[in-house]
Design a protein around this ligand. Structure first.
Ligand code: MRU
Length: 346
């Protein structure tokens, strides 16, 4: 199974360097919270669930060598949590995982040594649960399809973006296991090309039929009847079903609506932020303009030209046909359907 990281018995987090795929498979070893924070910020590891898992492991790495009294331990935990939570602002999984780790520490009336052990176990549990959730999302998502299909996906919501298996690509994997993928249309996903570099790489590894398109081709292929469904992942979902995902997702949803093509979002419950009433409250990461003005180190525009570079956009819930989670499928009206899913016993 493709996985974006390994965690060794000697407490080293080994990250597959996603900036260098598909050209080379290189690894970055992290032994400290600072190293993990850098890797998240620089996108060695990326994708909402994957950065949550990496941050949880990073928080453990940040406190594991502490020797001293409880008070100092909790100060250190707070400091490392703050460091990790300032890496990327949009994917809520990062904050969800860090809060879950902190709760475990606070709820353990134990000696510091034992709390550290519990934090290690918890981080690995977050990882394991994510893979399980993705497999369930895959099965549930695949059951929405009744025949072989051509699906379009954007960015990378695959094994590389999660603990393994993937969310949107998890559904595509499950469909492929049933022989139901005719073709995956892969949006290249400018500016960082997560589609052409990462999704196409994953699909090649699995032998899933796919074809690469540039982001501005989607409408053309929809109009020609060559797309049966769009399926994407998410970085944060507000209680009204508004979905923040990789920049370009919103335009795809508008196009899908125009062509009456179902637009599915696949995401674990850890991506829900039900405290937010709408997507307007989701912080959108602004990245360096060089990612837009240059490609492979070459400038694409006059040196005086400036660029915008929001990393995500928000798709209104009204354009989302369904949200597929590990506990089932939510549909409009989202304020009730999402809440019901969260409260549902598994
Ligand atoms: O900037 P990235 O590469 O971290 O953005 C990733 C995405 O937008 C994914 O679609 C999203 O995190 C879902 S991953 C299962």
């Amino acid at each position: 199974m493709i996985t974006p990281f390994e965690f060794n018995n000697d407490d080293t987090l080994i990250l597959l360097d996603q900036r260098r795929l598909p050209w080379e498979e290189k690894y970055v070893a992290c032994r400290t919270a600072e190293g993990v924070a850098r890797a998240i910020r620089e996108m060695v590891v990326r994708g909402a669930p994957a950065i949550g898992i990496a941050a949880a492991l990073g928080l453990y790495l940040g406190v594991k060598d502490y020797q001293g009294e409880e008070e100092g331990f909790f100060r250190l935990l707070e400091e490392k949590k703050k460091l990790l939570s300032t890496t990327r602002p949009t994917a809520v999984n990062l904050f969800w995982a860090l809060n879950r780790m902190e709760r475990v520490a606070l709820d353990s009336p134990l000696p510091v040594k034992k709390i550290k052990e519990r934090l290690r176990v918890e981080a690995l549990k977050i990882w394991e649960e994510d893979v399980e959730a993705n497999k369930r999302i895959g099965l549930t998502g695949a059951s929405l399809f009744s025949r072989a299909c051509r699906v379009l996906t954007h960015c990378n919501a695959g094994a590389l973006a999660t603990g393994g298996y993937g969310t949107a690509l998890g559904v595509i994997r499950a469909l492929h296991e049933r022989g139901m993928v005719e073709m995956v249309l892969v949006d290249e996903t400018r500016p960082l090309l997560q589609g052409s570099r990462l999704t196409a790489w994953e699909l090649c590894q699995e032998g899933i039929p796919h074809i690469l398109i540039t982001d501005n081709m989607a409408g053309h292929f929809m109009a020609r009847g060559m797309v049966d469904a769009v399926i994407v992942g998410a970085d944060r979902i507000a209680s009204n079903g508004d979905v923040a995902n990789k920049i370009g997702t919103f335009s795809l949803a508008v196009l899908a609506h125009r062509h009456r093509i179902p637009f599915y979002v696949a995401a674990p419950l850890s991506t829900l932020d039900l405290d937010l009433s709408s997507g307007e409250e989701i912080p959108i990461e602004e990245r360096c303009e060089d990612e837009v003005t240059t490609l492979a180190g070459k400038r694409l525009c006059p040196k005086e030209t400036q660029a915008f570079n929001p990393a995500f956009d928000v798709t209104p819930g009204e354009l989302v046909t369904a949200i597929v989670t590990e506990k089932g499928v939510a549909q409009s009206p989202y304020p009730t359907s999402l809440k019901n899913l969260v409260e549902k016993r598994s």
